[in-house]
Design a protein around this ligand. Sequence first.
Ligand code: NAD
Length: 264
Amino acid sequence: PSPLLQGKRGLIMGVANDRSIAWGIASACAAHGAELAFTYQGDALHKRVKPLAESVGSKHVLPCDVTDQASIDSVFETLGEAWGELDFLVHGIAFSDKNELDGLYLNTSRDNFLRTMDISCYSFTAVAQRAVPLMKNGGSLLTLTYYGAERVMPHYNVMGVAKAALEASVRYLAVDVGGKGIRVNAISAGPIKTLAASGIGDFRYILKWNELNAPLKRNVTIEQVGGAGLYLLSDLGSGVTGEVHHVDSGYHTVGMVAVDNAAA
Ligand code: NAD
């Protein structure tokens, strides 16, 4: 069988290092024949992202801070000129002030609320706006979310509220662009030790809790998220849109763990 993404071109946004979830998805896509472009946030990350991009043969490594409209525009202008069209996009971007990923949601400031929503939710819509005109033969847009959108998780706070809005935006976007043969989905990943996750209070405890209480009794890896990403980005997922697909060792299915099975 031919590789699933042979001849397809995709933009990967949100790689910070080789532990990033976006890198797990990019690796799976590259292994299945995709040609990739990458964005990085700020000069400090360029030196990390460039060698990763080059290791999968990428020729396009572009700066992009999603709070800056002009920087988003310039990514899509560059890709429009270089490729003329785009088949898929991965959005693995989120940010909130570390001080508010601890303690009570009740204490969220207006500034951080707006910033978290801008970077973690609106940016997906902003990039979709610019990607859709390039998806001339249909396409697939994918973002990353977390169970804290659906249920209260300790310390996730304003990020949970932003992820809930992100998941709703996946459904609205899916309807808006479905007629063009473009699909929009999210993967709800279980906790993974990454740069972004290290900002969340008691993250090690959250990891341990999931490991002990998820049906599979282990945490997920970026390779496992990559596998699900490949399915949603390729024709394997051609019947799927507006979906939030959990890759979390089944944790979201559990209401209560039996006593003989409990974490304690
Ligand atoms: P990561 O730190 O590797 O990636 C986060 C990325 O967001 C970084 O590349 C960072 O540069 C980028 N970013 C932040 N602000 C930006 C801005 N203004 N402009 C452009 N880029 C910006 O961490 P990750 O865990 O791989 O995060 C990727 C996605 O997965 C995020 O949406 C995160 O919420 C989500 N997620 C993570 C977990 C987890 O446990 N790690 C679980 C579920 C969902």
